[in-house]
Design a protein around this ligand. Structure first.
Ligand code: AKB
Length: 316
């Protein structure tokens, strides 16, 4: 990875990934693109172009004129938003992905895109979900993610595009809030703990999902992209996770720093149903074996860092 184009660079992952890649490979080596145009902020510290990922011609032109050797395709709608407007989600998530894969094929670029725990469904084994298993998701987001995993495999097998990817769990970060995800409660809870000392979770007590702190997610992308291709059996859609947690686990962890913190529940049936269709915990052993994946943050370490950084950010 030397000249990298990032789509969705203002999103939850893209905004931090762009900064990390610029730190590693040089500011001018990373072209940030997004459908939105920021007035200020880190995306503008280096090259930035507006890009609607459904416009394949412009995507190709931007990658070509930048001289990219890698495309990291992050632009996508998350699970809860996709469920509200499934056809739009299909067009954006799949249309954007096909355009990015075609750009990679035409210009011979290395390629990364994330899949998700949302690629699993109710008939998938729920605990320690294997790398290779039943994938019959019941959400549009999940349908997009499984289709995307297969499409990335296809572009590798058929055209030799160096496609790589992981199945991300819920990602937790103090920098850019997520939007429209089922796991977003795990970010909201930290903001509300500091701002109000209490939080009403839209996910019910006892609902386990995998989560990961953003620094580990960013490192996973870099490590997978730099991995020796001869060691990769799976290439796309590696299970990665740092913890399997439910809302009251966050409550306990936050209370060690904010003893009066109160957690209540105001369950959203739509997001609860999505969460229940996903695994409780996934098995990352293929990622560990094939490219040395490891997460540095567990729940307690992440909570301490989140609260410290959020207090600085919110001035509390
Ligand atoms: C979502 O909740 O939609 C995402 C995901 C797990 O892919 N955070």
């Amino acid at each position: 990875m030397k000249k990298i184009m990032v789509t969705g660079a203002l999103g939850q992952i893209g905004s931090e990934l762009t900064g990390k890649l610029r730190g590693l490979y040089g500011t001018d080596q990373v072209l940030a693109t997004d459908i939105r145009v920021p007035e200020s902020g880190p995306a503008l510290d280096g090259p930035f172009e507006q890009l609607d990922v459904t416009d394949g011609k412009r995507m190709h032109e931007l990658a070509k004129s930048f001289g990219a050797d890698t495309i990291i395709h992050m632009a996508a709608l998350l699970s809860a938003t996709a469920e509200k407007n499934p056809l739009f989600a299909w067009n954006l998530n799949m249309g954007g992905l096909v355009n990015a894969l075609e750009t990679a094929r035409e210009l011979d670029l290395q390629f990364f895109t994330p899949s998700s725990i949302g690629a699993f469904g109710p008939s998938t084994p729920k605990k320690n979900t294997p790398q290779d298993t039943i994938q019959r998701p019941t959400t549009m987001y999940g349908v997009n993610k499984v289709s995307g995993e297969l499409l990335c495999d296809y572009y590798f097998e058929k055209f030799g595009v160096d496609t790589r990817g992981v199945r991300f769990p819920g990602l937790i970060s103090y920098v850019t809030p997520p939007g429209g995800g089922t796991t977003d409660y795990a970010v909201d809870i930290y903001y509300k703990a500091i701002e109000e000392g209490k939080y009403a979770s839209f996910i019910a007590e006892g609902t386990y999902m995998d989560m990961m702190y953003m620094p580990d997610a960013l490192q996973a992308i870099v490590d997978l992209m730099e991995a020796d291709p001869s060691k990769l059996t799976h290439r796309n859609a590696f299970n990665v996770t740092a913890m399997s947690v439910e809302p009251s686990d966050f409550e306990k962890a936050i209370r060690t720093h904010i003893p009066d913190f109160q957690l209540n529940y105001d369950v959203d049936p739509v997001r609860q149903a999505i969460a229940e269709s996903w695994p409780d915990s996934i098995d990352p052993s293929a990622a560990i074996a094939e490219w040395g994946f490891q997460a540095k943050y567990d729940l307690d370490k992440m909570t301490a860092d989140m609260l410290e950084k959020l207090r600085e950010k919110l001035g509390k």
